[in-house]
Design a protein around this ligand. Structure first.
Ligand code: IPE
Ligand code: IPE
Ligand code: MG
Length: 245
């Protein structure tokens, strides 16, 4: 993994289902796309907050494999928004040393979008302060299936480790904290494999209203959780005592 590690108590890898843009817009009698534009502002603010807090990896869900089922004008608007926002934000991303990855299926995207993604990845590949994974045309099931298909084609055995290494997020550790905004209590095909031991935080805030204070609330809630990975509380206590001795 090419990023720095995070300070104690801060999750090293935060992943976010950025949900609620449409409702944010509808409540203001605006077109849904206005909500997506405002969502982009919220993402910019969230990246800044993660940089300030020393988070090493931020993974965001921007467009799911299933979002193709939306009205055609919303889908094309989202594609356009991605390309324009990328071009606009590139100088700041470079200044902040953000390494950008697009995670998801490239087939099915237009040449223009694909070129935009490729260029952004190439231009930021040397950056080391924050890894930003943008899940775009992404689904957790797609990722498991493409990894298994790749291994099968190479005649490799399918094990937990080989699958993990063939998956689209192999360049980062699993998420410590998964946040979903917008009040829905589901994963919607996000990071199905990598979520195995993530702490989950559900926020009622719509994504455009998600701010630093709500991020801090999620982080402090995370810091209070005991991550047992199948062990007992007593075992964890003993291990901590041994470490301290
Ligand atoms: C999330 O916001 C962004 C995308 C899925 C692209 P939504 O557009 O799903 O917002 P709601 O859930 O309709 O409010
Ligand atoms: C999940 O949100 C996908 C993204 C945030 C990109 P959706 O709004 O598509 O999820 P569902 O349809 O409510 O499950
Ligand atoms: Mg939604």
């Amino acid at each position: 993994m090419s990023a720095v590690t995070s300070p104690g108590g801060t999750p090293q890898h935060i992943a976010i289902v950025m949900d609620g843009n449409g409702r944010w817009a509808t409540r203001r009698f605006l077109p849904r796309l206005a909500g997506h534009r405002q969502g982009m502002e919220s993402l910019r603010r969230c990246i800044r907050a993660c940089l300030d807090r020393g988070v090493a990896v931020l993974t965001v869900f921007a467009f799911s494999s299933e979002n193709w089922n939306r009205p055609a004008d919303e889908v094309s608007g989202l594609m356009e928004l991605l390309v324009t926002a990328l071009a606009k934000e590139m100088p700041q991303l470079q200044a902040d040393q953000v390494q950008v990855h697009f995670v998801g299926e490239r087939a099915g995207l237009s040449d223009k979008v694909r070129t935009g993604l490729d260029q952004a990845e190439a231009a930021t590949a040397g950056n080391r302060r924050l890894v930003l994974n943008v899940c775009f045309n992404y689904g957790g099931r797609w990722d498991v299936a493409q990894a298994a298909a790749r291994l099968a084609a190479q005649g490799q055995p399918i094990t937990e480790l080989s699958l993990h290494q063939a998956m689209a997020l192999a360049h980062v550790p699993d998420p410590d904290l998964i946040i979903r905004t917008g009040g829905e209590l589901r994963l919607s095909n996000f990071l199905l494999w990598q979520a195995a031991y993530a702490e989950l935080y559900f926020s009622e805030r719509l994504w455009p209203d998600f701010d630093e204070a709500e991020l801090d609330h999620a982080i402090s809630e995370y810091a209070r959780r005991e991550r047992r990975y199948g062990q007992t509380s007593e075992q964890l206590g003993m291990a901590a005592d041994q470490k301290a001795a």
